[in-house]
Write a protein that binds this ligand. Structure first.
Ligand SMILES: Nc1ncnc2c1ncn2[C@@H]1O[C@H](COP(=O)(O)OP(=O)(O)OP(=O)(O)O)[C@@H](O)[C@H]1O
Ligand SMILES: [Mg+2]
Length: 358
């Protein structure tokens, strides 16, 4: 049982990296607006947010490629900002691989070790080990141009790991790869990170990737943190309307819609598409309502419906649809939901805890 709570229980209170009040201005642009969080040893921590929210700025500031306007960063108890970038002992993996085209796979991986004046025999052992970890041993003498995108990014990962950094930073490492490779390499990155037990900060704007790979996710918007939590907390108990809509799809509707009572402080109700279900025709329990089908998409293991109802456009996701399920656009159907599945937000878009709406 304990392992299941790993995301929260295991990491709580064990700060390894500590970022406090990070602020970054570029002229009139505020890229980071007072960002604070901690990452535990061995934790996989993901920065998730829309383009321009400050993810890369935050990573570059931790690595030392960019200087914060204000704030404090400590790693294992020591002030990181006082250390020059090349002495911070941080590994970095970039979106565009950033490997040397004229060096073989093995020489690319060895590059950082040579720069550190490590003995040749140790270099070859460590390069071999890193290449085996990312499954590139057979290609060690190739030039990068003769490799696929996924293989090139494996070089990037091996090169970052081989110096045994104290922290691994990855900035959208999978975004140049096709969908299938993304999934494979995503799982590999997670396995490698767990095996070597390194603390990692991973940047993505892909919410599904973040849910799949992270111990904890930090959702950012416009230079500020909206919420930090386990994937389950971020998806199941979003702290703000922004998080609710950015991570997954959320149906939002007005307080008085669908026969719901007026609850003081609630400005908007929210319901995940998978919590809406098809009701029997003529069903009349108090949470069922009629809607007009706009689109119906059958995807095998699920089906998606867009429905117009009481002035709202709702999305419903039907799991394991019967094989003969087909609903034409324009048809009227009955939908229903459990009120216990509703979430609520106040006028400022913050989560409101509501007792079960009877
Ligand atoms: N060198 C720079 N000079 C001026 N403004 C910058 C600079 N770098 C970033 N910014 C601005 O700072 C903000 C944050 O940029 P950042 O690159 O950190 O976003 P991001 O979350 O990584 O976005 P993306 O998902 O597109 O990579 C943006 O408004 C961006 O335009
Ligand atoms: Mg970026």
């Amino acid at each position: 049982m304990r392992n299941w709570a790993r995301g929260r229980g295991f990491f709580a209170g064990m700060a390894y990296l500590n970022v406090e009040g990070a602020i970054k201005h570029y002229g009139a642009t505020t890229a980071l607006n007072g960002v604070s969080f901690t990452v535990a040893k061995g934790e996989f921590f993901t920065l998730l947010g829309p383009s321009g929210c400050g993810k890369t700025t935050l990573l570059r500031s931790i690595a030392g490629f960019s200087q914060l306007s204000a704030g404090r960063v400590t790693l294992d108890g020591t002030d990181l900002l006082a250390v020059p970038p090349h002495k911070r002992d941080i590994g970095m993996v970039f979106q565009d691989y950033a490997i040397f085209p004229h060096l073989t796979v093995a020489d690319n991986v060895a590059f950082g070790l040579k720069a550190r004046k490590i003995a040749a025999s140790e270099i070859s052992d460590r390069v071999a080990e890193a290449l085996a970890t990312v499954r590139l041993s057979a290609l060690s003498e190739r030039l990068p141009a003769a490799l696929s995108g996924g293989q090139q990014q494996r070089i990037g990962i091996a090169r970052a790991m081989v110096v045994k950094p104290r922290l691994l930073l990855m900035d959208e490492p999978l975004s140049n790869l096709d969908a299938k490779l993304r999934l494979d390499l995503r799982d590999e990155i997670r396995d490698i990170q767990r095996t070597i037990g390194i603390a990692a900060i991973y940047v993505t704007h892909d919410q599904e990737e973040a849910l799949a790979i992270s111990d904890r996710i930090c959702v950012m918007d416009s230079g500020s943190i909206e919420q930090i939590g386990t994937p389950q907390q971020i998806y199941g108990q979003p702290a703000t309307r922004f998080v609710a809509s950015f991570v997954g799809t959320m149906n939002l509707f007005a307080p008085a819609a669908f026969g719901l009572p007026d609850v003081p402080g609630v400005a908007q109700w929210a319901l995940r598409p998978e919590r809406l279900r098809l009701a029997e025709a003529g069903a009349s329990d108090d949470s069922s309502f009629a809607g007009l089908v706009e689109h119906f998409t059958y995807l095998g293991r699920e089906a998606h419906l867009t429905v117009q109802a009481q002035g709202h456009r709702l999305v419903a996701q039907i799991a394991a649809p019967p094989a003969d399920l087909a609903i034409e656009a324009g048809r009227e159907i009955q939908l229903s939901f459990d009120r216990a599945d509703l979430q609520a937000f106040d006028a400022a878009g913050r989560r409101v805890r509501t007792e079960r709406v009877a």
